[in-house]
Design a binder for this molecule. Sequence first.
Ligand code: PLP
Length: 407
Amino acid sequence: MIRINEHYTKLKASYLFSDIAKRVSAFQEANPEMDVIKLGIGDVTRALPQACVEAFHKAVDDMASEEGFHGYGPEQGYAFLRDAIAENDFQSRGADISPDEIFISDGAKCDTGNIQEIFSGDATIAIPDPVYPVYLDTNVMAGRTGANTDGRYDGVVYLDCREENGFIPALPEKPVDLIYLCFPNNPTGTTVTKEQLKAWVDYAKENRAIILYDAAYEAFVTDPSIPRSIYEVEGAKEVAIEFRSFSKTAGFTGTRCAFTVVPKELKAWDTDGNAHSVHALWNRRHCTKFNGVSYPVQKAAAAVYSEEGKAQVKGLVDYYLNNAAIIRKEMAALGYELVGGDNSPYIWINGKCDSWEFFDLLLTKAGVVCTPGAGFGSCGNGFIRISAFNSLENVEKAMAQIREALN
Ligand code: PLP
């Protein structure tokens, strides 16, 4: 008799966004006249940058001739993209990352979810609360946690992110092996300073731990004093893996292209105490289970680094940051305490009541959909996340509806 992986049964049954969708469609059915605006799910709304579209078209045309055709490419990605990333995203910012430390993939979701499988099944994991749910759920699936009691899994070291600590977690009291960090953060929209990151890098070195650093939203950092990569911090190459994505940077959520940086210095140990290259392990995993991102998509991604591409990406980011600034201003004017939205597309708002209660209030009184903070972890209760990924018209309309309903 075939048996299931029983760790899957520990996963919480309902998924945040399907719960939201159910409440929204029930409300819409009952109130068909109400104009409901969705500022919940973090998907982009603007078209791909023109430079990417042109490169995409051209690469599809290449595929139509025998001379230009591309079959299986290198699993790690084409050199034209890895070179452009290393130079533009890292070397030009003083981070010494080489192209062969970059692994192109079809998403930071898969990479942040898959990375844990190259580490030991009994590794201790530290995960922020609130958090992008993928980090936690993939560790549950892998059996690194016990049961979920009172909303938290046994065996996980939760890193509480609350108003009191500015939503930047304190270092764990006990040694841990794997640490997930995400800045600019989803869901809180907070960013971290180099000094704060340095403390994590030093901690990881002392404890022979590895930091899994999700920088999917780095393009939204406009303040030059805020690091966009963990490798801007000295010593980080010895202890950190970084995840990046073209999804939010350049509107690739439906096109799919991302990358993971695994420095060659990075080590993990076997039970006999022998050091192993994490780069070699990830390379083995990647080549065994992944066959590369399509050639046209990689060409479209490489166009992000052309002069026109850079200007167009900046235009996209600025557009969403302008939305975020409007949301910040309006919600602050209504007396709500909030963080994020200045170097991030997410605004994290203290609703001064239960998250789902505030969600229902915004939906039923203002016709605006947000994301209840409790869905990201127990420390998220009392908060909601509003996303700036929408048209300016919708954001302005949503804010007017909220102002009218809550003032
Ligand atoms: N990491 C974080 C923190 C995210 O919020 C998201 C998507 O919302 C992702 C990764 C997923 O990125 P991708 O579209 O590259 O899979």
